[in-house]
Structure formats: C-alpha cells, structure tokens
Design a protein around this ligand. Sequence first.
Ligand SMILES: [Zn+2]
Length: 310
Amino acid sequence: MTLLLGVDNGGTRVKLLLAREVGGRFEHVRTDDAPTPRGPGAMDELAVLTRTFLAGDRADAFGITVAGILDETSGVVATSANMRWLEGLAPARELSDRLDIAGVAVQDGVATAIAEAVLGAGRGADDVFVLALGTGIAGAHVVGGAVRKGAHGGAGEIGHLAAGRGEKCTCGQSGCLESLLGGTRLGARWDRARGVDASSTALDVVLAAERGDGTARAILDEATTALAHSLLSVMAMIDPGVIVIGGGLSNSPTWIIDPAVDKAHRQATFHAVPPIVRAQLGTWAGAWGAVVTAGHRMSGERRLERTETV
Ligand SMILES: [Zn+2]
C-alpha cells in the first residue's frame, strides 16, 4: 500500500487529498481545503497546512498542481498569471524540503486530464482524449495514464485547430475552434451580431438560446459545428477509445455538447466514433490528478493496469 497526497494549489483555494494506492487502485482517505497561501511566505504556509492535514500520517509521495507554465525538466514555474509569487520557484522541491516527502509538480490542466482519463469518465480505456472547454479550449491525449505531450511539449492544442470560417484568434490564426467556441468569444460574437456592447458571457448566450433568441442559436450552431469538426479531427489523428469533455461549457450539454456530438456522428465517414462523455470528477479532478502523478512517479511506471476511485 502507498499513501499519496494530492495538493491542488488553485488560484483561490488549495485542495488537499490523501489517498491510498493498493495494486493500482486509488482509494479516498480524506480531503480538506483552505484559502490558497499567497505571497513570499506561501510555501511555508502551505507546508504548515499540509502537515496539519496529514495529522501524523506519513505520505510516501505528493503531487502538487501548478496553475501556469511549468518547466517539466526542472519543475520550475516559468509563468503563473494569477500566482506571480510562484514564478522562478520549483513548488514540488520547496514543499518536499519542508515536509521531507518526495514530490512532483504537474500543470493543473494536465492533472485534470490524467484524473479524468484514469479515474473519471475515461476510466477503463487505455487511450483517452480529454477536452477542457472554458474561456480557452485545451486538450490532452492520455495514454496509459500519462499525457502525450509531443516532441516539443505542444501536443493537444485542439483549441487552435482550424474549425470554421473567418474569426481571428488570439493565437494569430483565423477560424480556430477557440475563436468560435471559447467562453468569452461566444458572448462577444453574440454582442457583435446584435450590435450591442454588453460584455455578455457564454451563459448569457445559452440562456438567450433557451428563450428562443435566433441570433444566439445561430452562434451556438456555428460553434457546435466547429466542435464537431474538431472532434472528427481528433478521431482521424489519434483514434481515441473515449473522448471526455469537461470545463465550464460542458455544463450546458443541451446547447453545446449534445449538438456537437450529434453532428460528429452524422458527419463521420471513415471515423471510429468513440464514446464522447462529460467529465465526472468536477472540482476535485486536479487533486486526484496530482495523486495519480505522484503514484506514477513513486512506482516509476507510466502505465496502470487497473484503477479505481471510491
Ligand atoms: Zn488560435
């Protein structure tokens, strides 16, 4: 049995999760959360929180998430827009020195994708593609419990696949999926189509569509067509066993997920359309991903035979 600690160090809350791994199965022991320690003393404060949480239990390893860009080799945070005090630090090493427990850092989106693939909606499949639909759109290809990052660390950028016509994207291209479906873009496109300056959100667009607003429905229709194209591209390129869709926009299955999945099925020709399912783990996915990453690092294995959460 291995006792593993997950530290999901988010922008506002830090979530702590203690789990035991027995024969590749993960079992929940306990959880807690607290306001995220901020500023120069953050790592000292985080160590105190963690020690209190462990309450005398001896974790064999921990994983800590990083909300930002992480140098995978050194474990140093390159940039973190919301947590500037982490920049230039190696959070896993900082916490490891204070707790005397081996640790590993993992980018938060990677942790979430690993958790969903191994313990959540992708559980049981060896080859899973996980999408996060939010303000931005990210993707991760998880094989055997590890994310395939590609030769230069840039794989999975589904948000910047060409998926439609015209829209200028933040990345400089035109017609990217993110430019048509990204959370803030949906609101902005609806406002522009109506000729108003309202800073509408994606939720505003969905609620308007529910009320029968034709412009909102047309914008969502174009966005879900773009998502369907992107899902088909994923199938053509990597043929995953399951596609998991998470992120804030996945909370609107009626107007976002279901239409896109229907269109993907209708437009598929040679593609093997796998189950396309919503993410299951919710706000604890990052902490579970940190636990799984710590477990991998402990065992030195990149593949888990069988995993289970409780
Ligand atoms: Zn783009």
